[in-house]
Each structure stands twice: as structure tokens, then as C-alpha cells.
Write a protein of this length. Sequence first.
Length: 263
Amino acid sequence: MQARVNDAVIYFEIEGPENSPVVTFSHSLAATLDLWDFQAAALRESYRVLRFDIRGHGKSSIPPGPYSMEKLAADAAGLLDYLDIRRTHFVGISLGGMIGQVLALRFPLRVEKLVLCDTACRVPSEMLPVWRERIRMAETEGMSALAQETLERWLSEDFRRNRPGISERIKNMIVRTPVPGYVECSRCIGEFDISRELSKVTVPTLIMVGEMDLSTPVSAAEAIHEKIRNSELVVIPGALHLTNVETAAFFNDRLLDFLAKGT
């Protein structure tokens, strides 16, 4: 399904009992809503599950830039408006977690609970050259040039060896990401710093991070945990960046436990 939101057309899928609490999922850079397949399967009997492709990704449109994290969060809020969803639990991984932080700050009444996975509240300035090089490679060589190295950051060697079908699906997501969408969202990430505002987030928050995540390491999760009062931090042993894929059963158990608290 598609919704015209701001200056974009956002592709989304929604499933589950209509009168159940809504859980909205936001994916990483160079992915699609399919990144959340394991979570949708685990939640859709008890929750209304909303997934969407971030602008410039998947089946959503690719408006001209520049993009901003504020704009990406406004897309999420606009989609909730389109679907007449007043409040939602919001789960974001990596880029999606950055969007979730901005959403909780700019649209606090829309977020019931917040789940931030393998993400950061700021990107260190020393990472800017890395992001510039990734952008250069995407623009000059295409997404295939980035796919294998990205996959190796996201999923452990053991997982890639033991679950080749899933790993190939993730790699295909990377390869098929439109270059303009990747470039614009990469620029958003490279400039991201919401650390000084984050203490204003007051909704119940769960932070999950892979123990071996080098993209957004445990220290980045700890920084978020320190800023958001009464947040919970879970470090997932042995996992890299895509904790929701590599450790789906553990991830889902912690997610469901958190969502059920206080209900």
C-alpha cells in the first residue's frame, strides 16, 4: 500500500488485529521493510504491525534531496496521520533508530514506547570521511561495490555461513537500494547529533545492541542509555549490527516482554 506523505510516496504494510496496539518498525539504511519479517511474524497475532520503506528505499519514492533526519521523522508522523494512528510503539534499527529518537522528541505524543536497536544519538566527526567514501563508491561504482563489506559488518561470519539464504536476501536488499536514496540518507547519518536533546525523551525506552556491533558499538548504546532516564539496555552476546535478524528469537522475546510491561 502507498500513502502520499509530505513530498514523498511512502510504501507500507500493515497487518494484525485492527483494535490491537500498533507497533511501527523502521529499518536501517540500505534495507526495506522486509528487514522486519521475523518481528512481524512474532507480533502480528497480538499487535497491529506497521512497517514502511523509508523515502529513497524499497518501494517508496525517491524525492530530490536534501533529506534530513527531521524530514524522515516527519514522514513517519505523516504516515501515522494518514492511517489515523494516534499513538504507536516505535521500533527502529540503525537509521530507523535515529528516526525514532527524532520522532520521540518532535512528536512525543505519538510514541507510546520506544525501542532503539543498534543505533546512536550522534555520529563522531571522525566517521565523516568514512561516510564520504561510501557515498563516493555508491555514486561511482553502484551499490554492488558496497554490498559484501556492508553484509560483513551487519552479520557474523557464522551466521552468513549457516544461514546463506537469509544472508543473500539481506545482500540483495543492499544491492537494490536506489543510489540517490542511499546517498541522501547517508548524509543524514553523517551529520546526525541529537545528544544534547536526548534527555528530553520521557517515554519508556528499550535499547538493544549487538555485543560485536562495530557500526554502532555498545558505547553508542550506553550513551543513549545515559541520556534517557529509566531506559533499559540489553547487550546481545555475540551479535553484530542486525540483531533482529541474527538473534531473532532472543530479540523478539525481549521486545515482547518490554511491550507487555504495564499493560
